[in-house]
Design a protein around this ligand. Structure first.
Ligand code: ARG
Length: 587
């Protein structure tokens, strides 16, 4: 049982004796100097019971079972303050040290979850704006697993859309595809560079050249209908592109159980549309097939151009288009079909979560509603869009290069490696690329994850890479420091007992870190773990500065210190591993 549950048990035993039904809850103290936990419930409870709050708090505390772990005290006006005894704190350390999970408890009921993140688009190059989904998704996957959920991670590549037709058509017009159309006898090798050039060119062109756009639509449909040679070329392109995507995700430490894409849902599209039509949910509109998903009285906020502007609304929720005028499938169709596919492939899925740009909010509302209306997603299954905010440059606008181009993901990674290398060099450390990669990527991930997932934030690499403050390198450095102490010392860890206030702080921060996993689980955002991790590293640093572990002459005390810092290391490593950040050997 967690410490707060234990305290709550003492409180509820006391209220039970007083024949009060309501359960009291505790939280970490706002005034750590005074106590470790506090209960604020006496105010509201006294109101309900028509009693004086202070008297009620005193009554409850008087009725608490005597014990050696917690000291309960009433503070005016009517708080119950709880302090952990030294004995309890010591037993926590000794217990967490033995426990594989370091005191983190798995949930009683495991849920089956499909996580949809990554979502790279084939043929389009990954850029900095694509960082948040794999970073957050990987972290959530690891968190859910730690707490006992069964998680299936699916990358859900964007491999079935207009970009395929656009890219192919452009390559065709550039003469690269002559072989496939009998105009040449040598088979071309389609390279990444070709794709990186063709797609942006075609994408810009479609906006001004209607004829070209129409033709690209036709090509896309031919690919989707598996017509040759269009489909064969598509497969070629997909392969080249996916190879690079895999490398990018590997550098970011994101891994997937399923490498499916939108195209894999293709065989479920017919069936999904059939279900929707059978339920009489679809109607025709200008040649397209649509499903009305608006709910009466609903308003959709229109994004403000300027924060001062008054909030305006679109009304009502637009219908979901599930088939285009020319018969081709759309993004929404593949998402609906994918829900059907997932439910046929995996039984009893409790939740499907999508870590996708917050700007796709309307799309997901539409998709989820269609799935629920059509019974493609069972009623008790949760469909959740975890919308992440935009990563902005220092100018407050979406992160771009000076010339206004989006920055390629591979260039971002190189930049991180370069900056981390500079740092290491100036600190006089010998290092290799893998160390610089761990620090650079770790810095960026931590800098991202410490922000609540839904919020925009400023991508400031210099700040992220600082070795001081709430940064990834600071946490990594704490682990490196503990390792170096442990390497220098001959004695092994012994029984832990409390000697000073700095140790108390560390232990409370360990408890806070454990509870941060629960907060993160509820909020579906890893920021609480990052903050708690920093607080723990910081309290370790204070302890380290105030006490000379290596020169401690009292052997028992030294062994106790070692037990504590070994636990700190274990807890920090556990947190870093949830955040998918690796700690280097040295830095
Ligand atoms: N490929 C999409 C995009 O770039 C993201 C896919 C997200 N997942 C999903 N099931 N829609 O916008």
């Amino acid at each position: 049982m967690t410490v707060s549950k234990e305290i709550e048990k003492y409180l509820s035993d006391a209220t039970e004796k007083l024949q009060i039904e309501k359960k009291l809850s505790v939280s970490f103290s706002n005034m750590p100097k005074l106590c470790d936990f506090q209960c604020n419930d006496c105010f509201s409870l006294a109101k309900v019971l028509g009693k004086n709050p202070y008297d009620l708090a005193c009554k409850i505390v008087q009725n608490i079972e005597p014990n050696e772990d917690y000291i309960f005290e009433v503070a005016r006006p009517a708080f119950i303050n709880i302090k952990l005894t030294d004995r309890k704190l010591a037993s926590i350390v000794n217990q967490f040290s033995k426990d594989d999970m370091g005191g983190v408890e798995k949930h009683e009921k495991s849920q089956k979850v499909i996580l949809d993140y990554g979502g790279a688009n084939v043929a389009k190059q990954l850029h900095a704006g694509h960082l948040r989904s794999p970073i957050t998704g990987e972290g959530l996957k690891r968190l859910y697993r730690l707490l006992g959920d069964e998680v299936i991670a699916d990358v859900h590549l964007g491999d079935w859309g207009l970009q395929m037709g656009l890219t192919e058509l452009q390559l065709y017009e550039d003469g690269v595809l002559d072989y496939y159309f009998g105009k040449s006898t040598t088979k071309p090798t389609i390279t990444l560079e070709m794709l990186n050039e063709a797609y942006p060119k075609a994408s810009a062109r479609k906006n001004i050249d209607l004829e070209f756009k129409k033709k690209a639509d036709e090509w896309t449909l031919k690919i989707q209908n598996r017509e040759q040679p269009y489909h064969e070329i598509y497969q070629e392109i997909r392969q080249v592109s996916v190879k690079e995507i895999k490398q990018n995700y590997q550098d970011l430490g994101a891994s997937f159980d399923l490498w499916y894409g939108e195209s894999d849902a293709e065989e479920y599209i017919g069936k999904a549309i059939q279900i929707i039509e059978d339920k009489k949910l679809a109607r025709e509109s200008e040649g397209a097939l649509v499903v009305d998903v608006a709910v009466e009285g609903e308003n959709i906020p229109i994004e403000k151009k300027d924060p001062q502007e008054i909030q305006r609304y679109k009304n009502p929720m637009p219908p979901a288009i599930i088939r285009k005028y020319n018969g081709s499938a759309l993004y929404a169709t593949t998402d609906i079909a994918t829900v059907l596919m997932r439910n046929e492939m995996f039984k009893d899925v409790d939740r499907i979560e999508y870590i996708v740009d917050a700007r796709q909010k309307t799309h997901f509302i539409q998709v989820f509603r269609v799935c629920k209306m059509a019974g493609i997603s069972p009623p008790k299954q949760e469909l959740i869009h975890i919308g992440y905010g935009t990563m902005n440059g220092k100018d407050g606008k979406p992160f771009k290069t000076r010339s206004g181009d989006t920055i390629k993901l591979s260039d971002v990674i190189q930049l991180l490696v370069d900056k981390a290398s500079e740092k290491l060099k100036s600190n006089g450390v010998d290092f290799d690329r893998s160390t610089a990669l761990k620090i650079g990527v770790g810095a960026m991930k931590f800098g991202d994850l410490i922000n609540n997932v839904g919020k925009d934030y400023i991508f400031d690499l210099d700040k992220f890479l600082s070795f001081e403050g709430k940064t990834g390198p600071y946490i990594q450095y704490s682990v490196v420091r503990i390792n170096s102490i442990l390497n220098k010392i001959q004695t092994d860890q012994g029984y832990f007992f409390i000697c000073n206030e700095d140790e108390r702080n560390i232990i409370i921060n360990i408890l806070k870190l454990n509870s941060a996993y629960e907060i993160a689980y509820r909020e579906k955002s890893l920021s609480s773990i990052c903050s708690a991790c920093y607080d723990l590293a910081n309290s370790f640093s204070t302890f380290y500065n105030n006490h000379n572990i290596l020169r401690e002459s009292d052997i028992k005390r030294q062994k106790s210190y070692i037990a504590l810092i070994t636990l700190v290391k274990k807890k920090l490593e556990q947190a870093l591993s949830v955040l998918a950040i690796e700690a280097p050997e040295k830095m």
